[in-house]
Ligand binder design. Structure first.
Ligand SMILES: Cc1ncc(COP(=O)(O)O)c(C=O)c1O
Length: 441
């Protein structure tokens, strides 16, 4: 198995980039404080499931573009379609005809939803859903599960995390939380704030495997209390099922948000929903008050729409979901066996799902350990696996990729075990990873 030791160009990049870009990246999840120091600081290019760094090191990437890659990097049928569209122009002063094509094609997969609005980022569409819910209900409060990590970088969400700097309390106080996957907790929230909650926003799957009727009952509960249900399928979309958990659980929320994966890494996200809510953002009802929904210069960019169209075609042509989930299951089964064989099954635990398989790292007292996490990732990266705790399979991840990842894991476990027993500090080079949502840098 290879051993990567040269990160000199990455080190130079790390040194310079923070003078130029606050945070050094365009999502905090890609930042230097999320990786060991012995890691690529940036990527030069990718193909299929592999990526390369500025020093020429090659890796299998486990969380393709933070779960936005569903088919593979530079996946031919997608980039051919994008390239063809680029030659015909990328942005015009009126909508491209492709907007109608993708609207009809995307909505055809979502029974119960009549309208769609595009954006370049997931945060924009979740925020748009909140605005519509507030306008539709005439209420101000937003309810979200306390344990779920992320819905938007906008103030309504970030104000409800530990990272509140720059956000007035008046805004933070409008987002309230309940215990994830717990109907009683949600019921109590509605009882505590009667007639005030505009919507519940929740990912359909996050903490536990859901009771079959959980979502149906939760949506009904929200409706009984006059609130809307926004399902955030940013991560589950094109992963749990096609198009996502709405189909898997046969439920129709009032609005659903989509992003990662629906255009194979291209910047195409969208909000879908029921006509009576979505139409509030329209301009047909002369005399009614106007609601300023998503309105951006780049929202209808043809190259990204082309990527979304090509991605739908590939999902229809091949059993992408089946392939991805079988790779994820192989990862889960193989890694469990490895952790067992090293006597580590209490320290490294498989959490969650075969479409987004993540690991948790715990010290001898059972506490979540960022030091051990960093040590494990250091050892995986050294062996050519760009691992940040999650394997999110896509269509270019092959069986041999998963076998390679598992072999790297097997080797990484040996040093990890020493770190667990003797203290991770002895084996970790550089600092431990820090949580993204922390009050103090
Ligand atoms: C569940 C969920 N919702 C919304 C977002 C925001 O998406 P974006 O990063 O495209 O703004 C994310 C991003 O990680 C997410 O995981």
């Amino acid at each position: 198995m290879k051993e990567i030791t040269n990160f000199s160009k990455s080190d130079a990049y790390r040194k310079r980039i923070h003078d130029l870009i606050p945070g050094g990246a365009h999502t905090y999840s890609k930042g230097d404080d999320q990786f060991p120091i012995l890691s690529p600081a940036a990527i030069t290019h990718g193909k299929g499931s592999h990526v390369w760094d500025p020093d020429g090191n090659e890796y299998i990437e486990c969380l393709g573009g933070l779960a936005s890659i569903s088919l593979g990097h530079a996946y031919e049928p997608v980039i051919e379609r994008v390239a063809a569209e680029l030659k015909r122009g990328n942005n015009f002063s009126r909508p491209s005809v492709l907007e109608m094509e993708i609207a009809e094609k995307f909505l055809a997969n979502i029974p119960g939803h009549d309208m769609i609005k595009f954006a370049k980022n997931g945060s924009v569409v979740t925020t748009a859903a909140v605005k519509l819910a507030r306008a539709y209900t005439g209420r101000t409060l937003v309810a979200r599960p306390a344990e779920h990590p992320f819905y938007s970088y906008d103030d309504w969400f970030i104000g409800s995390t530990d990272v509140k700097s720059g956000i007035p309390n008046a805004i933070s106080n409008l987002t309230i939380t309940f215990k994830a996957d717990d109907l009683q907790s949600l019921r109590e929230l509605f009882e505590k704030h009667p007639g005030q909650i505009a919507c519940v926003i929740s990912e359909p799957e996050k903490m536990n495997a859901l009771e079959p009727d959980f979502l149906k009952n939760a949506i009904e509960l929200a409706h009984q209390h006059g609130a809307l249900w926004v399902m955030d399928e940013m991560i589950t979309g094109y992963k749990t099922d096609f198009p996502g958990s709405m189909k898997k659980y046969n439920v129709v929320p009032d609005m659903t948000t989509w992003g990662k994966g629906i255009a194979n890494g291209f910047s195409f996200c969208c909000l879908t929903g029921k006509k009576e809510v979505m139409e509030l953002g329209g301009i047909r009802k002369t005399g009614a008050e106007k609601l300023f929904l998503i309105s951006t210069t780049h929202g209808g960019e043809t190259s990204s729409i082309a990527a979304a169209l090509a991605t739908i075609d590939e999902f229809k042509k091949h059993d992408v979901i089946g392939h991805n989930q079988s790779m994820g299951q192989k990862f889960i089964d193989g890694s469990k066996q490895i952790f067992n064989s090293h006597g580590l099954s209490n320290s490294i635990r498989n959490l969650q799902f075969n479409w987004h398989a993540s690991l948790g790292y715990f010290d001898k007292d059972g506490n979540n350990s960022f030091g051990l996490r960093t040590l494990f990732h250091q050892e995986m990266i050294k062996r050519g696996v760009l691992f940040q705790g999650i394997f999110c399979p896509h269509f270019s991840h092959s069986e041999s990729d998963v076998n390679y990842i598992l072999n790297a894991m097997d080797e990484a476990c040996s040093l990890y075990k020493k770190g667990l027993e003797e203290g991770y500090e002895k084996y970790l080079i550089g600092e431990a990873i820090k949580p993204v949502f922390r009050k103090i840098i």
